[in-house]
Design a protein around this ligand. Structure first.
Ligand code: TRP
Length: 366
């Protein structure tokens, strides 16, 4: 496991933990009032100024790397979140449709297995799919608590409105934060299920995957659950079509990251010269998404007064999307203290949902 990432993430977690514990003891009164804890937590930890500087610094750091890369969480500003929602409805993008189909069938079974608890969703977006799950929890508890974590505030606002209309008994708590920032919340929420859908886990490298599950396991309590959505191995044609749709929405989604850099960081990238590419790497079992610059350009990062020259033909990686097999996954998750309680799939085995339970045994992989 790479030391830098683990250390950085640990530092992140410790800082957030400290803030959270000082809030719960001094400022917000009774620790069982989840809404109050979250309110104080949001306003104290996440200032807009910090976020802007973090964006500039991360872009600058990624452009210094070889190969150059950008952090995929920045794909999801307001425009990016809207484009991603449009991707989810594309005929070629089978993931959302298939996961929804599975959830529709098994939501009640999941709620019956876990019993009443708090749902915490990482990367909730507009919570469209989660409504199916929440509906099942509404049948077994009067006012289920649901914490929706996402970096896009506009997506959270939309989700809150939709859930308010369709499932008014759900106590919806939006938390605009990264996954790392949100994890200390798990220890404040009583019995919990962490919901992580859309095969977002596939957007992590092997090392990030390990750090993520290590942290989730650390922050959860024995008997808590994780619901994990994963995309499975399949033929190259189906996979590549999902990330190169004929309507060109995915191209717009990738390009939006560069128009966001223009808007927020004062760069003047000519977007017409930025081409989206997505190819399946069969050996690594992953879709690799990048842009290719058709002409050489300079990227100026105003807040840091930094300049990067990109040559014609040069690529910048924006995302990977790894594909999984079920056997491999269950044994890897066991090493982090997660027992696979149930596996649900569609008839064509395109996608799977795993219901994991946090167990006593927790082997540290470091
Ligand atoms: N979690 C999604 C996936 O891996 C993210 C995604 C879908 C995506 N389409 C994309 C990311 C296109 C970048 C570009 O499928």
């Amino acid at each position: 496991m790479g030391a830098t990432l683990a250390i950085n993430n640990n530092k992140d977690r410790i800082q957030v933990n400290l803030k959270l514990s000082s809030l719960t003891t001094e400022e917000v009164g009774p620790a069982n009032d989840l809404a109050t804890i979250l309110q104080g937590y949001t306003s104290s930890t996440l200032s807009a100024g910090d976020a802007h500087l973090a964006f500039a610094t991360d872009v600058d750091r990624g452009l210094h790397c070889r190969p150059r890369r950008l952090d995929c969480k920045y794909l999801y500003d307001q425009r990016g979140s809207e484009l991603f929602e449009a991707i989810c409805d594309l005929p070629e993008y089978y993931l959302t449709r298939t996961e929804t189909q599975i959830l529709t069938k098994v939501a009640e079974e999941i709620a019956a297995e876990t019993g009443p608890l708090t749902l915490v969703e990482l990367g909730a977006g507009t919570s469209r799919k989660t409504q199916l799950l929440l509906d099942a929890y509404c049948a077994i508890e009067s006012q289920p608590d649901y914490i929706a974590v996402d970096v896009s505030r506009s997506a959270l606002d939309k989700g809150r409105r939709m859930i308010g209309e369709t499932l008014p008994t759900v106590r919806f708590h939006p938390l605009c934060a990264s996954y790392q920032q949100a994890m200390p919340i798990f220890s404040e929420t009583g019995k919990t299920i962490v919901v992580f859908l859309g095969s977002t886990i596939g957007n992590f490298s092997e090392q990030e995957f390990n750090v993520f599950f290590h942290q989730v396991a650390d922050n959860l309590t024995m008997g808590d659950y994780v619901l994990l959505g994963v995309d499975l191995h399949k033929n190259v044609e189906t996979l590549e079509a999902a990330y190169n749709d004929s309507a060109g929405v995915t191209q717009c989604f990738t390009r939006n990251l560069f128009s966001r850099i223009n808007r927020e960081l004062g760069a003047s990238i000519d977007l017409n010269q930025v081409e989206h590419l997505a190819c399946y790497n069969e050996a690594a079992h992953q879709i690799e998404i990048c842009v290719r610059f058709l002409e050489s350009q300079e990227i100026f990062i105003e807040p840091l007064n930094a300049r990067h020259r990109i040559e014609a033909g040069e690529r910048i990686n924006t995302e990977i999307s790894r594909k999984f097999t079920l056997d491999g996954l269950a044994s890897r998750l066991a090493a982090f203290g997660f027992k696979t309680r149930k596996v649900f799939s569609d008839p064509d085995n395109l996608f799977a949902l795993l219901l994991l339970k946090r167990q006593e045994t927790h082997l540290h992989l470091e």
